[in-house]
Design a protein around this ligand. Structure first.
Ligand SMILES: Cc1cc2nc3c(=O)[nH]c(=O)nc-3n(C[C@H](O)[C@H](O)[C@H](O)COP(=O)(O)OP(=O)(O)OC[C@H]3O[C@@H](n4cnc5c(N)ncnc54)[C@H](O)[C@@H]3O)c2cc1C
Length: 490
């Protein structure tokens, strides 16, 4: 398996495959890891999924937990969203520079015996029935052709793989220029556990605290002229903070600044034969809400167990690999739409509309169901795969395709070193597991809940649910995955 790109998505992909025992080569054209801060928020669902490899605890150890998101306008509070109500063992947004997240992933990957090959560039590839030939440029400049079964393109927004496949990257570039930076500061009027968005008539100002005296600050620069946007240095940024912020904040040092324009684009298909696209190679969107890296890492986690099952010869159904695009493309579209909406709301140019917005937002965001809907989307805990072709029958309130909430203190689904489904139930669950020993493990349900048999995918989404006594109803479902080496029914 070849992974092109050792950013957060490629590293997540490699880590998942490596811990499932799939031989993997991960390459990156840069000679050493990048040290720019970039994506700063890691959301609860990503942490839940990273807990399966053990990486979540290490990232949490170095991050700053934010439990409240404040929105203010004209000095008044519009809304205060409680992230600690998010239904997850990790009810917070974790603020940590992207290079530190990447460093943790690299460390865990190395523990599985895989090191990214830096300075190696993917130049091109050809697919055939048996595999894929990749043309690589090694660090000494020599070119070689190497064979792989599959290629996962985690090569970022300017993906060479996407270009080579001739896939469209549909979407638009929004009309505003933006600047952002990680600054040391004093006078931030909230505790470091609270982020703040100041809606201002000239453009929003966003603070993501990374420590009591350090924050990522983002603000808009105005309508794009078409020229490359230029980042504001500390002095000019300070003026923006004074003009748009609450007053009293002093920037005392700069870690990193950059400028950007928001692109909202998504590739037309996340798969082409033996090639899969994940992360920024497949979708890019507004940083409002900090979803880009999270969504990409979750792409990788969705795909990895499917590739691992196919690679180990445990499951062979075409539907398994086909489901990657069918599951993740709608999620990407949803994230693009939601982050775009947040950006447009925060950058309304008309002053009358701004007042209407503040008034309506104050009322709506004060309602607990609206708060839950917004935070659930940002945390990506409400995202699931309701229309997945992998969904089996389901009973009760939780439908197949929905996220199964992990239980604090219990090993998360899919955390072993094989990509197995977990059958939670009574004796039926145990029988199902013994019938498919390479694909299913049994987990005893808490007492009183054994009557229902829930089959959970290795990535923690519900595959199917039946009465425990009807466990045999799930045999056709698992057979349908193309499962081999089925044991006889005992
Ligand atoms: C300046 C900047 C600021 C950002 N700020 C935020 C933010 O505030 N919040 C947020 O959520 N997101 C932000 N992002 C986006 C976030 O960084 C991305 O969503 C995230 O990095 C996506 O990860 P990825 O692994 O898909 O791609 P990348 O991190 O881009 O990694 C792709 C890797 O592929 C490698 N590569 C490319 N082509 C080849 C090739 N042919 N062969 C081998 N290797 C190759 C590249 O060197 C790179 O290391 C920002 C991005 C940038 C650039």
């Amino acid at each position: 398996m070849l992974i092109a790109g050792a950013g957060p998505v490629g590293l997540t992909m490699a880590l998942e495959l490596a811990r499932y025992g799939v031989p993997v080569r991960i390459i990156d054209k840069v000679p050493e890891p990048t040290h720019t801060s970039r994506a700063v928020a890691v959301w609860p669902r990503t942490l839940e999924l990273l807990d399966r490899s053990g990486a979540a605890a290490d990232i949490i150890a170095i991050g700053n937990k934010v439990t409240v998101a404040n929105i203010l306008s004209g000095g008044r509070s519009v809304a205060s969203l409680s992230l600690d109500q998010i239904p997850s063992p990790y009810p917070f947004a974790l603020m940590v520079p992207q290079y530190e997240t990447e460093a943790v992933l690299r460390r865990h990957l190395t523990a599985h015996g895989v090191t990214p090959d830096l300075g190696v560039e993917l130049l091109g590839f050809e697919q055939d029935e048996d595999g894929l030939s990749a043309r690589l440029r090694e660090p000494d400049g020599t070119e070689s052709i190497k064979r792989f079964a599959f290629l996962v393109a985690c090569d970022g927004a300017h993906s060479v793989v996407r270009h080579r496949l001739g896939l469209e990257f549909h979407g638009d570039t929004l009309g505003l220029d933006w600047t952002q930076g990680d600054f040391h500061l004093s006078g931030y009027p909230f505790p470091s556990s609270q982020m703040a968005i100041f809606w201002h008539e000239d453009g929003p100002l966003l603070f993501f605290p990374m420590a009591p005296d350090r924050a990522r600050i983002i603000t808009s620069l105005g309508v794009s002229t078409g020229a490359e946007p230029v980042a504001l240095e500390q002095k000019a940024f300070q003026k923006m903070v004074e003009a748009r912020g609450p007053g009293g904040i002093t920037l005392t040092g700069t870690e990193w600044v950059s400028a950007f324009r928001i692109n909202e684009r998504q590739v037309e298909n996340y798969r082409s034969g033996r090639v899969f696209l994940a992360g920024d190679a497949a979708h890019i969107h507004s940083p409002a809400g900090g979803q880009g890296m999270n969504t990409g890492m979750q792409d990788a986690i969705n795909l990895a167990w499917k590739l691992a099952l196919v690679s180990h010869g445990v499951a062979s159904a075409p539907a398994l690999l086909e489901s990657y695009d069918l599951e993740r493309r709608p999620v990407g579209a949803q994230v693009i739409a939601a982050s775009g909406r947040m950006t447009r709301i925060g950058t309304l140019p008309d002053h009358t509309l701004q007042h209407v917005r503040d008034f309506i937002a104050h009322i709506l965001m004060g309602l607990p169901p609206v708060q839950r809907a917004i935070t659930g989307l940002m945390a990506e805990v409400s995202i699931g795969y309701p229309n997945s072709p992998l969904n089996g029958p389901s009973l009760g309130e939780v439908k197949a395709g929905a996220r199964v909430r992990p239980v604090a203190g219990v090993a998360p689904f899919g955390s072993g070193n094989t990509p197995v489904f977990t059958a939670c139930g009574g004796s039926g669950a145990a029988k199902l597991a013994s019938h498919f020993p390479r694909l299913v493990v049994a987990l005893a349900c808490p007492s009183g809940e054994e009557a229902l048999l829930s089959l959970v995918r290795p990535d923690g989404y519900l595959a199917a649910a039946v009465q425990d006594a009807d466990w045999e109803a799930l045999i056709p479902y698992l057979d349908h995955l193309g499962t081999e080496r089925r044991e006889p029914i005992i």
